[in-house]
Design a protein around this ligand. Structure first.
Ligand SMILES: NC(=O)c1ccc[n+]([C@@H]2O[C@H](COP(=O)([O-])OP(=O)(O)OC[C@H]3O[C@@H](n4cnc5c(N)ncnc54)[C@H](O)[C@@H]3O)[C@@H](O)[C@H]2O)c1
Length: 387
């Protein structure tokens, strides 16, 4: 599995042809990546491991809370990568990783995401606000030279902004604790930049997809759609399907993060990292059903109350101008690679997929959708197979 992803990242880096100043910025560095076992962080660490070279080191801090598995299945076994299982809220763990003397921090650990934060609002604030505050303070004390923060486009823009979304649009009407906490995170980064000169960068992501994300009750729509399609289930659409999202390939996000960590022009800034293309959810569902060969179609469910955004399309010209960000991967080919990764690691994905019985709407929907259906292979009720 790791070979597939290592090759994918390496081939992306070779297409990207980063300029010499970016390569120099990373060579021999020690870099801390929080959340480095996650969907985006696990791809970023492969790229960083390559860029720092044999004399540099990547230190990953992750508490492995995002999937069902307790082993770091998503962390590539690279010789210059050190994995520390620990929590961004825990001083002992932070002292451990800052003891490695990182000079750059990519802070991607988060309590992911909207529905999860509604179900567990206090933990969301503890991780996404208090955890970030600790990271910023340790980074300041350790004289870290660059602090890149994984922010979220949907956390800043609220419900009904103009499209495409520009960075200067800010809404005070957010619909989940996750969004509030992510916006607060940006404000703390700005504070540390202003007060203490910490070189912070706020990167606002939009709907990541790609290898490295297992399906789950709190996960993004693409891995979940592929998972249900592979199980022969109709894909549950919460809304009328005309809603759009700006799906960004995880490798393009890695590009943005690498450039955000290297270019001076990024410091103290916030910018969108997205694809700049919107895709209606109904088209996404039909495409996934076609690619996977699922003829069960789609089923429409009620829109979730917090999900108030009929469209999401990000302007990416600011990131383009500041750091030369240019998405390279077109959606269809990126999706095919994502499906290939999920398919070739199907046993692992089945174990990692996190759909416990509980209160999440994703599980409820799946239960209802497959109430009368049986797995053709085992004749078990599909609602059981999904667990
Ligand atoms: N995926 C997206 O579409 C998207 C969109 C906008 C913003 N973001 C942000 O990007 C970052 C990465 O997203 P992702 O999709 O890779 O999420 P993810 O959940 O896959 O990765 C986050 C990682 O953080 C770890 N983590 C959670 N709580 C922790 C804690 N207390 N201490 C240490 N580690 C902890 C998890 O185990 C996980 O591996 C997050 O900050 C997220 O808010 C993601």
């Amino acid at each position: 599995m790791e070979d597939f992803r290592i090759q994918l990242v390496e081939s992306y880096l070779s297409d990207l042809a980063l300029d010499a100043s970016v390569l120099e910025a990373y060579e021999d560095r020690i870099i801390l990546v929080t959340g480095g076992a996650g969907a985006i962080g696990s791809n970023l660490t492969i790229a960083l491991s390559r860029l720092v070279g044999p004399h540099g080191r990547i230190v990953v801090l992750d508490n492995l809370s995002a999937t069902k598995l307790t082993e770091p299945w998503n962390v590539a076994p690279l010789p210059n990568l050190m994995f520390v299982k620990g929590d961004v809220r825990n001083d002992r763990d932070l002292k451990r990783v800052f003891g490695e003397s990182p000079t750059m921090v990519f802070h991607l650990a988060a309590f992911f995401a909207n529905q999860n934060s509604l179900d567990y609002p206090e933990e969301s604030a503890e991780v996404d606000v208090l955890g970030l505050m600790k990271l910023l303070e340790y980074s300041r004390l350790a004289s870290v030279e660059r602090f890149v923060y994984a922010s979220s486009g949907c956390a800043i823009c609220g419900s009904y902004p103009e499209m495409p979304l520009r960075e200067d649009f800010i809404s005070m009407h957010l619909t989940t604790p996750y969004q509030i906490n992510k916006m607060t995170g940006e404000m703390y980064c700005n504070l540390y930049h202003y007060m203490y000169g910490l070189q912070t960068v706020n990167c606002r992501f939009f709907n990541s997809y790609g290898p490295g994300e297992a399906p789950g009750q709190y996960r993004n729509v693409i891995p979940n759609f592929v998972y249900w399609a592979m199980k022969g289930l109709p894909l549950p659409i919460t809304g009328n399907g005309e809603e759009t999202r700006d799906f960004t390939n995880v490798l393009d996000l890695v590009q943005g993060l690498l450039k955000a960590g290297a270019y001076e022009s990024a410091v103290g800034q916030n910018f969108n990292l997205a694809s700049g293309r919107e895709i209606p959810i109904i088209e996404l569902a039909e495409l996934i059903n076609r690619v996977v060969g699922n003829d069960a179609g789609v089923v429409f469910k009620e829109r979730r109350k917090w999900d108030t955004k009929p469209r999401l399309l990000a302007a990416i010209d600011k990131a383009q101008a500041l750091i030369g960000y240019t998405p390279l991967i077109d959606f269809e080919s990126g999706l095919l690679k994502n499906v290939e990764w999920l398919r070739t690691n199907w046993d692992l994905i089945q174990r990692a997929a996190d759909f416990p019985p509980g209160i999440s709407s994703a599980v409820r929907d799946a239960d209802e959708v497959c109430a009368d259906q049986r797995d053709p292979a085992t004749d078990e009720p599909l609602s059981e197979v999904l667990r």
